[in-house]
Design a protein around this ligand. Structure first.
Ligand code: EPS
Length: 379
């Protein structure tokens, strides 16, 4: 069973991820983890904090000479902007943030809440996800996250192989699949910044090369769609998750929603075993299990809740109306969210892969992967 926890505050010494249940005998590449950490810091519309940090991973436990031991793995990302003791209390809660509810729940300062609630924590979720992406790639499973909508502006991607789409995503300053459309999106971010406002949008993540049967129909809390929804929804500022056709399917008859089943031995791959679908409205999941098609999941991100032109709030001392406190923040962190959600999706897929193929060692997983494909291929 693969699981992880994170620890650390936005302006504390560091962020940590503790990953339990990662198989032994796997060679990790920390440079590739750092590449995704750098991407998480980037994207158009980020604030000053990202100029202060040079995020990189330090592997503290569970790995010797770059080979995993099967023991808990601890990943550390240090904070250059460490100043927890010097930070002042926030007097007026920001609508949309956890300031008010958290300080009442914990009977604590709002500073103590916002430091942990901050999206800075996602740097170690990206690191944990990047490790899992390396595991998935060794089985031919590829994950890609990108922006499909910024505020009200839809950004349709270009069609291409996953390798081409990844190259476009990496080229785009918005992290969309069409760098040619960056201009309009950047203008929208600039105008929003000028107005002292913030922007959200929609992220899509695809996972290709998935085998049949990750997740299960047999018990609600082991269904992969449910696990993915929880992981994605638990990313800061995410307010909606949909798989495949998602909410659109609710308004259409079944004949226009469900993906017909065909068998084409000439199109047989490790993923589809020859069972092909003319459409993929299910987004790669049926009854909580992968169905040999690419996984497609989307997340709606609300605009960042710290506004330069602050919203209506109250002063916690006097309870009188007062504008919300302003903290340094970003105008738009949607591009970063595409890297974060790519990471959290990769983690859940790796967990499901380990559940299906056993997670003690990479050698055993590979042997069981081969055996399953031989047996399922003969069915
Ligand atoms: C973030 C770091 C934070 C914010 C932002 C994301 O740094 P600081 O608070 O020092 O400016 O820029 O956090 C939020 C949007 C939030 O709601 O807390 C990061 O590294 O992603």
């Amino acid at each position: 069973m693969l699981r992880y926890w994170t620890a650390g505050e936005s302006h504390g010494k560091c962020l940590l991820a503790l990953i339990d249940g990662f198989p032994a005998g796997f060679e990790i590449n920390t440079d590739k983890i750092d590449e995704l950490l750098v991407m998480r810091q980037g994207g158009y519309g980020r604030g000053k904090r990202q100029t202060l940090e040079q995020d990189h991973v330090d592997v503290l436990t569970g790995v010797w000479n770059n080979i995993t031991l099967g023991a808990p793995i601890t990943l550390k990302v240090p904070n250059n902007d460490y100043k927890l003791e010097r930070l002042k209390e926030l007097p007026r809660p920001r609508p949309g943030h956890g300031d008010l509810s958290g300080s009442l729940k914990y009977l604590s300062s709002m500073r103590g809440i916002l430091e942990r609630a901050s999206a800075r924590e996602t740097c170690v979720r990206v690191a944990a996800g990047a490790l899992c992406q390396q595991l998935l790639e060794s089985f031919g499973i590829q994950t890609l996250g990108y922006v499909v909508q910024l505020g009200g502006l839809k950004i349709p991607g270009k069609e291409g192989t996953l390798v081409q789409r990844k190259a476009w995503r990496n080229e785009s300053e918005i992290y969309s699949l069409n760098p040619d459309l960056d201009g309009e999106a950047k203008t929208l971010i600039d105008e929003t910044k000028k107005a002292g406002d913030t922007l959200g949008g929609v992220i899509e993540v695809v996972v290709e090369g998935l085998p049949f049967g990750l997740g299960t129909h047999a018990q609600w809390d082991r269904k992969l769609d449910g696990k993915l929804a929880q992981a994605v929804m638990a990313v800061q500022a995410i307010k909606g998750v949909e798989i495949g056709m998602g909410f659109e399917a609710a308004g259409l008859p079944g004949s226009q929603v469900h993906d017909g089943i065909q068998y084409e031995s000439s199109e047989k791959s490790t993923a589809n075993l020859g069972y092909v679908r003319p459409t993929n409205n299910a987004g790669g999941l049926e009854a909580g299990m992968t169905n040999g098609q690419p996984l497609v999941i989307r997340a709606a991100k609300k605009p960042i809740s710290t506004l330069q032109t602050p919203l209506e709030s109250i002063d916690m001392e006097t309870k009188q109306p007062s504008k919300a406190s302003y903290e340094r923040s970003d105008v738009c962190a949607l591009s970063a969210a595409s890297i974060i959600i790519e990471g959290v999706v990769a983690f859940e897929i790796a967990a499901a892969l380990i559940d299906k193929f056993g997670g003690d060692s990479i050698e055993e997983m590979k042997a069981r992967w081969d055996l399953f494909h031989e047996m399922a291929g003969e069915k």
